[in-house]
Ligand binder design. Structure first.
Ligand code: SAH
Length: 340
């Protein structure tokens, strides 16, 4: 059965019309779900009983199960169990500017990035729209405070689950849904070009982050198999087009891996690669995992890399680290739970 938390307000309007009823019920239902936060349809007081009965036959209102929570000072990691016994993670981070949540988009991932814990384990399935929405809704309820920012950077490749991603964005961004501003929502992709183009053509104000991790095809090919299909010389022009369509600056994520992509030479090459793009670079200290052999660059090396980019007038930041003590590297909590 479909779940009500995966349905956009437009689709609900169509649904009510198809029942021979009025489309304003969609607004009412959204208000019960996302403002009043009901748990059961029986709590609804302003929609006719027969209609509520019909809705409950067509759409389940069940939530996910939170099976583990790991807490640290400014970070909290949630492990969810899905209807079929699969597990996914979401991470809440408390910043000075608000609460941000990193959500998962798939169970596992097929992109196979060599340094990534989620990629070590193949994709089992896409997440349904409601499974993405409920990660946010349930964390917000647990927290008792608003989530102000969302990053789609958990387990999975969001652009490999495009339609569900778009529905999810619509629901959490809609003023009558979770009402999180588009400029506060970031989608991170390893570079699935056809979907970046499709997304770009929508002309929306969401932030796009690209997992770059290498300044040239030679290194990128070795650590990110997607680069063999969509190499940098094809990716960069598509990002220029994205900026032209949306006027939104691209963010590049660059995980620093010792001896692989963190040398002076690569910093210079990276500066040249992006110098004509309106972008930010976010340098990410690698989160080492037990199952993979990559090493985090030393702090000195990270600073050297940062300084070279700065000198070349690139907008660059080093990502604040969260949750080193709580298995926060993508997919670690899931692997721990499942013992693989
Ligand atoms: N598939 C998407 C989003 C999920 S991964 C993407 O590739 O962008 C989110 C980010 O975390 C990516 O930049 C990914 O490369 C990075 N990442 C994966 N494993 C990591 C680790 N162990 N330490 C630091 N960053 C990691």
């Amino acid at each position: 059965m479909n779940n009500i938390y995966g349905i956009t307000i437009e689709k609900l309007e169509d649904y009510f019309i198809s029942l021979g009823s009025k489309k304003f019920h969609a607004d009412q239902l959204f208000s019960w779900l996302y403002e009043k936060r009901i748990n059961e349809y029986e709590e609804i007081t302003n929609i006719k009983k027969e209609l509520i009965e019909q809705i409950s036959k067509d759409y389940s209102i069940s939530k996910l199960k939170i099976v583990n929570v790991e807490k640290d000072v400014d970070v909290c990691k949630y492990l969810f169990e899905l209807y079929d016994g699969e597990h996914i993670e979401a991470v809440l981070m408390r910043h000075d500017y608000g609460n941000s949540v990193c959500v998962s988009s798939q169970v596992g991932c097929n992109m196979g990035c060599k340094f990534c814990e989620s990629g070590r384990r193949k994709k089992v399935r896409n997440l349904e729209t409601y499974e993405m929405v409920l990660q946010l809704l349930m964390i917000e309820e647990e927290l008792g405070k608003r989530i102000s920012h969302v990053v789609v950077m958990g387990i999975g490749e969001p652009f490999d689950n495009y339609d569900n991603l778009i529905n999810f964005l619509e629901i959490i961004n809609h003023p009558k849904g979770m009402a999180i501003g588009a400029r506060h929502i970031t989608i991170s992709t390893c570079g699935v070009i056809p979907k970046i183009k499709e997304f770009s053509n929508l002309g929306l104000q969401f932030n796009l982050a690209i997992s770059l991790h290498a300044p040239n095809n030679e290194i990128r090919d070795k650590i990110m198999p997607i680069n063999k299909v969509y190499p940098l010389d094809l990716l960069i022009p598509v990002l220029e087009e994205y900026y032209n369509n949306t006027s939104r600056r691209i963010t590049f994520e660059y995980v620093l891996l010792e001896g692989i992509n963190d040398g002076v030479e690569q910093a210079i090459e990276l500066s040249n690669l992006v110098k004509n793009l309106n972008c930010y670079i976010n340098l990410i200290p690698y989160n080492e995992t037990n199952n993979l052999n990559f090493k985090r660059s030393s702090t000195i090396q990270i600073m050297k890399f940062y300084d070279i980019l700065k000198k070349n007038k690139i907008n660059v930041t080093i990502r604040k680290e969260f949750g080193g003590n709580i298995s926060a590297a993508c997919g670690q909590l899931r692997s721990k739970k499942e013992g693989v």
